[in-house]
Design a protein. Structure first.
Length: 298
């Protein structure tokens, strides 16, 4: 199956959205240790974005790569651009806004190359669809980055099937992923055609917030409590942690979404990655669906 993808981001990607959100902010050596744990767990894709950490995360990742250049060859770097929020970095923005103009995407990608201290970005994504920019304009920037060898592959994030189709046609079928929210509590990609489109185009999607922004483990959420009862049974059955069961459930959809695993705890990286090896039974997959929904299938 992997050979059929336009580009394979793997079963897991390590998400860096909150990588700096610790009581003691990590330094380059700490991040190197984290990436080593990822590699040991079989996670070889690093997912980041220009906006992460108030536009600071890319620079910190770059310092880690500078400290251990060999890691660059071992890991696939995915970054995103196109969101401007009022900040020192985006002094022109008086309110939050999307900017997927070709000019801005090229500018952001070039900045990411510098901050990440790499010569090429493996996968560059438009972070959010920009309703105020014509897709031909967006496509022109992505194509320029491809032609210039600054990025190897391009994709999108949070695009509807129609937005994806429009941009992909202009680019001649070059989009290699759509990174979308997907979890037991957010199953929209199953119903709105996103994953079906990915299957049709041999595009491997990426799933962000697989634990529903932590809701899966919310203590006073009745739906979460019901879901955890199911997850606990399956965790015991497959001898893994409950979060690994969720990741396994996601990976067992035919589109095999790459799970973006966002945690600063090394134990959760190791335990979560075990979800990729779960031999999920059909009945177990639908048991998770039923527990999340609170009713049986239609």
């Amino acid at each position: 199956m992997a050979d059929e993808y336009l580009f394979d981001t793997g079963d897991f990607a390590y998400g860096t959205w909150r990588i700096l959100d610790e009581e003691i902010e990590p330094v380059a050596a700490d991040l190197v240790d984290r990436f080593e744990v990822c590699l040991e767990a079989g996670i070889r894709t690093l997912d980041t974005a220009e906006i992460y950490g108030d536009y600071r995360v890319e620079a910190e990742l770059g310092e880690a790569i500078k400290l251990r250049p060999d890691l660059r060859e071992k890991m696939t770097i995915v970054t995103k651009a196109g969101i401007d929020v009022p900040s020192e970095e985006k002094s022109h923005a008086s309110i939050p806004q999307y900017n997927a103009t070709g000019e801005n995407l090229v500018k952001c990608a070039e900045k990411s190359l510098s901050l990440l201290q790499t010569e090429v970005i493996d996968l560059f994504l438009v972070h959010r669809p920009d309703w105020s920019t014509h897709p031909e304009d967006t496509a022109s920037g992505l194509q320029k980055l491809l032609d210039g060898g600054k990025v190897k592959n391009v994709g999108v994030s949070n695009y509807t099937i129609h937005q994806f189709e429009t941009l992909d046609r202009i680019l001649g079928g070059k989009l290699v992923t759509n990174q979308v929210e997907f979890s037991p509590f957010h199953m929209d990609p199953i119903y709105d055609g996103t994953f079906d489109q990915c299957l049709q185009k041999k595009v491997r999607p990426m799933a962000w917030s697989p634990l529903a922004k932590g809701r899966v483990f919310a203590e006073e959420d009745e739906d979460a409590i019901r879901l955890r009862e199911c997850l606990k049974v399956l965790a015991d059955k497959y001898e893994v942690t409950m979060d690994a069961v969720v990741y396994g459930w996601i990976l067992n959809h035919p589109a095999k979404p790459t799970v973006i695993l966002g945690t600063n705890k090394e134990s959760r990286i190791r335990n979560g990655a075990a979800g990729g090896a779960i031999p999920f039974a059909r009945e177990d997959w639908f048991a998770v669906w039923q527990a999340a929904k609170g009713h049986s299938i239609p």
